[in-house]
Design a binder for this molecule. Structure first.
Ligand code: FES
Length: 486
């Protein structure tokens, strides 16, 4: 019987990002069956994978975690009831496999006896045939096929992954993600950059309702929301209160930018990070019960005593309650003055948003070029991280054309480039001649018609960049621009 594995788990097993696996599938080299891959096919396609060595995957995951998903390490084990249910399921599978083996052993012993019985009255020809059959069976039972150890290692790893995590498919969008540790379905979806409808995230509002289509879930957080009997009967659950026991399919909407409501949140300053005299990052923590829903590339309005401004969010929606804004130090800007001189951890800031539709086209599998002009790096950083968490693009190139604030997060970009083999970072010094820089960039892409380009900068910079990219062959509809204030 073939052993089928879901794609997301396969990507983890072979230590490759999902988009790489999808490339292989798109090219027709690896067959899938309803989003599943056969183990034999997998072993044929990736004969060199070391099933007991996940060092490379861990290295990438560590960088990704450090860069944008702050996992709490004491929470890496699943909830104890979920763990118990998964172990019970694994025990049942083991018992069934062992019973089947015992049965095969009994059949073999019976066959052995029968051959002896027939042999007593058999002709010389039948005697020879019976002994050949017995020798064939014994030899094949004693000798494992050459790739059996490989299959055993792959199945062992997959079983461990199945105990520690569960695979989720969302209908009708087709999004997939893995729930690890003691995350709820909502936590895990957000950590994977998937924008679901939710409100309080602690079981009060009912906005995270979704229908369980298949699989089993367990309640891992208490909740006060009163679920109607009709909803219960239809299999509706709260995503913020349930975790999957095994692989599940849920039915809910993945929201686009236009469907996310403007929210007002009173949040706290977590820290201020001064990059240089022109640029600082304001790190904000939203309340546990009121996280900000937004998509990578969107903006929010921030107010503190006497100061207010709209800024592109520089963090990823996958960062849970953590929001980063990048604040340029402009003369006469009260909010920027406060950030650079007075604001400290624990101070209150009022947030309103999100705004804007400069967001990823999640349906596009095309390679992506991100182009940041100066402080346009903030929304681009958010989009890059969001694209990474969704594992969307087959490759990501980041071009950052500096202004007087310089490449103030150069190290972070280099870390991404070191960690991810499909990520390429090209910093450009503050130019005397912007058109010359843009022309040099586009000439590096003779196949620009294949790409999506996301650019953020002033309206003037964006107009000039767009002209160069379109002239070089980029389809106009694949140009996405986010204008920022100079
Ligand atoms: S988000 Fe409010 S009940 Fe789940």
């Amino acid at each position: 019987m073939s052993h089928l594995l879901p794609l997301s788990r396969v990507a983890k097993l072979i230590n490759q990002p999902r988009h790489k696996l999808q490339e292989v599938i798109r090219s027709g080299l690896l067959a899938t069956f309803d989003g599943m891959v056969e183990l034999d096919e997998l072993l044929r396609m990736f004969p060199d994978v070391k099933w007991d060595d996940d060092a490379e995957f861990r290295r990438v995951q560590e960088i990704k975690d450090k860069a944008f998903a702050k996992r709490v390490y004491e929470n890496v084990l699943p909830d104890k009831e979920v763990l118990a249910a998964r172990l019970t399921e694994l025990g049942d599978e083991y018992a069934a496999a062992r019973t089947l083996l015992l049965h095969y052993g009994n059949v073999m012993a019976w066959l052995d006896e029968k051959i002896d019985e027939f042999d007593e009255e058999a002709s010389a020809e039948t005697h020879h045939a019976l002994h050949s059959v017995r020798a064939f069976l014994l030899r094949n039972l004693a000798e494992m096929p050459p790739d059996a150890l490989l299959a055993q290692a792959a199945i062992a790893q997959e079983r461990i992954l199945k105990v520690m995590s569960a695979h989720v498919t969302i209908q009708p969008s087709g999004h997939e993600f893995i729930v690890e540790g003691n995350d709820t379905l909502l936590d895990a979806a957000l950590r994977n950059g998937i924008s679901l409808n939710y409100g309080c995230s602690n079981g009060n509002c009912g906005e995270c309702k979704a229908r369980l289509v298949s699989g089993e879930v367990k309640k891992v957080r208490a909740y006060d929301y009163m679920m109607k009997q009709a909803d219960k009967d239809a299999g509706v659950i709260l995503l913020c209160a349930y975790a999957p026991v095994n692989d599940v399919v849920i039915e809910t909407n993945v929201e686009g930018a236009h469907a996310i409501p403007v929210q007002q949140i009173s949040a706290k300053v977590k820290s201020v990070e001064i990059f240089n005299p022109q640029m600082a990052a304001l790190h904000i923590l939203t309340p546990r019960s009121q996280r900000l829903r937004y998509l990578g590339g969107q903006s929010i309005e921030v107010s503190i005593d006497g100061g207010r401004g709209r800024y592109a969010i520089a963090s990823c929606p996958c960062e849970d309650r953590n929001i980063e804004l990048q604040i340029p130090h402009r003369p006469g800007d009260v909010l920027a003055d406060a950030v650079f001189t007075a604001l400290k951890a624990g101070d209150t800031v009022a947030l309103e948003g999100p705004f804007g539709e400069f967001v990823l086209d999640e349906d596009s599998p095309r390679p992506v070029i991100f182009l940041a002009f100066g402080i346009g790096f903030a929304p681009i950083k958010s989009l890059v991280q969001h694209a990474m968490s969704l594992e969307l693009a087959e490759s990501i190139d980041l071009h950052w054309v500096a202004d007087e604030a310089g490449h103030y997060q150069d190290n972070l970009c280099r870390t991404w480039a070191d960690a991810l083999d499909n990520f390429n970072y090209v910093p450009h010094a503050q130019p005397d001649d912007l058109d010359a820089v843009l022309e040099a960039i586009v000439l590096d892409y003779p196949d620009l018609h294949r790409f999506d380009v996301y650019a953020a900068g002033t309206a003037a910079q964006l107009d000039r960049a767009r002209a160069h990219f379109v002239r070089q062959g980029l389809p106009e509809v694949r140009w996405f621009a986010g204008a920022i204030d100079a």
